[in-house]
Each structure stands twice: as C-alpha cells, then as structure tokens.
Write a protein that binds this ligand. Sequence first.
Ligand SMILES: [Zn+2]
Ligand SMILES: [Zn+2]
Length: 337
Amino acid sequence: MKAIVFPEAEQLSVETVSDPTCKPDEIIVKVAHSGICGTDIHIYRNEYLSEFPLIPGHEFGGKIVEIGNNVTGFKEGERVVIDPNLYCNHCDFCRNEQANHCTNWQGVGITRSGGFAEYVNVPAKSAYHVPDSLTNTQIAFVEPLACVVWALKRMPVAPADRILIMGSGPMGLLLLQALRHGGASQITIVDKQANRLKIAHQFGATQTLVANDDQDEQLKDWAPHGYDIVIDATGVPAVIENSFQHLKVRGQFLQFGVTPMDAKIQVSPYDIFHKDWTIIGSFAVCYTTIPAIAWLENNVIDVEPLVSHKIPLSDFESGFQNFMSGDTLKVHLTIGD
Ligand SMILES: [Zn+2]
Ligand SMILES: [Zn+2]
C-alpha cells in the first residue's frame, strides 16, 4: 500500500510499504479522509512523543475491511472513526477516570502506525461506529472535535461570560462554534490572518481582530475589566505570555494550543494569587468521541468551511509544506471513499 513515512526527524517520503496485518484484537481500516494536524508538525520536528520511523495520521475514519478473531461488535464494510488514544485500562490513572494520563498510553499515528496510509491496523476498542449521514470530511474532524469536548468538560462556562480566543485556525474555529452554544455574551477572536477571521465572523464571533502592535489596547476597549475566559489556540509561547494581561479577576485561562515541550513563559504568581485566577490544561481527549460525533450528526458544529485543501496522498509533501507555512486552514488527505 501507499503510505506517508517520517523516516526520521524533519524527513518525509511517500512510500510503498507492506499492508498491515490484523492481530486478534484489531481491525483493519481502509482510510477515507485523514486530517493533517499541528501535532504532526511537532512530530515531524521531533518535538513530541513519537519515535521514527513513523506513519503519522491520527485524525481519520474509514471502512472496516478485516476483523481480528477476538473482535465482536463490528462487521466488515462498516464505517468507523478512530479514537487514536489507546489506554491500558489497568494503570492507576485508567482506574481513576484519568485515562488520558495512562502510564502505558499509545497513540495511533503518534507511537504506532496511523492514518496517512491506505490501510491501518488499529485495536478494535479504538473504533466507534459513525452515522451514515456523516461525510468523510466530518468523520476526519471527530478527533479534533473530541479535543474541544474535553477542553469544555475541563472548563465550565458561565452564562454571559466574555471570551477571548487567541488563534483562529481550525481548532480556534471549532472552539468558537462550540462556545457559541455555551451561553457566552461576547467571543472575541484574534489571528494574524484576515481570511481566517472572516470565517470566525460567519461563525458568530462578536469581534474579530487582526493581530497587530496595538491589539492590546483594542482588546481592553472591548473588555475594559478583562475577559472571563482567555483561550490560547495558537501554541505560540509569546502569544500565551502576552494574553494573560487580558484575563479578568476570577478568570479562567485555558491552554489548548500545543507548544514545543521545552517552551517556557513568565506569569506573575502574585497575579494568579491576587486575581483569583484559574489556569486550565486540556490534554487531548478522554472518552469524548461520542459527544463529538453527536455535535456533527446534529450540525451543531460546521466543519466544511474549515477545510482549505483536499489533496491525494501523493501530494502530501507539498500539502504538508503548505500547512507548515501557516497559510492554510485544515488540510485533508482524501485517500479512499
Ligand atoms: Zn490532531
Ligand atoms: Zn493506563
């Protein structure tokens, strides 16, 4: 089969590799669409949890073409989406409802072969049935959307909260849509790119702002006492550090964007104390696939405008370079039907 391989850091190739084999607890999925994610850039640069060589790709779904001997509940031909996070179910964290911190955690497309390939073997426990009404584009958004579900489970939104989102990329735009349903009175979103902000406006952002040298004054005009919630969806340390000045007293700061693992920022501990701040992290997902499917099934979240490029596997190299340049929104590999 054809697959994308990261043979080592900062290298990639489109290769013909042997088809995966199906272990007793696994299924083989013929991949439909597969989303390229900011995490894939961190993997490529060796800033994440992966080892090389790796077939990446953790945002995908497809059709089951083979079923392992021990697997029940699935049939060949059924469409499924994969929760790439694999938990051991027996460590202390798994047994204490903290499975995303499993000490034996593995990730499809992160620590084992993923969905930038025609076929992939995955444990059957990672697969979820999807309704027929969902398009392949929607299925490839289930995993990023499950991250949004997890973030909003971690961070309660109060009625009429004022919210500031830094970053209007695909994740910022998913967060924006989800928060529109959460009772916020104001959602302000900042990005370097005006075209992304146009989409944010369509999705109901109350204010959009192209990042500039005077942005902090403008943000203070729009929310003189600061924002109840500030969300980083950029993963850029300088943006994160700067955005704390907009957090209101009793405010919640959500770190959603993924920074390099060794990044550091300065935050005043006195401010955290004196302003009653809450700082929230949100790592990946934690059994949040089913709610993500429900959002899509009921058209609560619209994902089609978030895909700027749909490309075949063979165009991965240019598509990935383009994605890394930051000029795209979501890039989907259209691998199978
Ligand atoms: Zn991702
Ligand atoms: Zn575990």
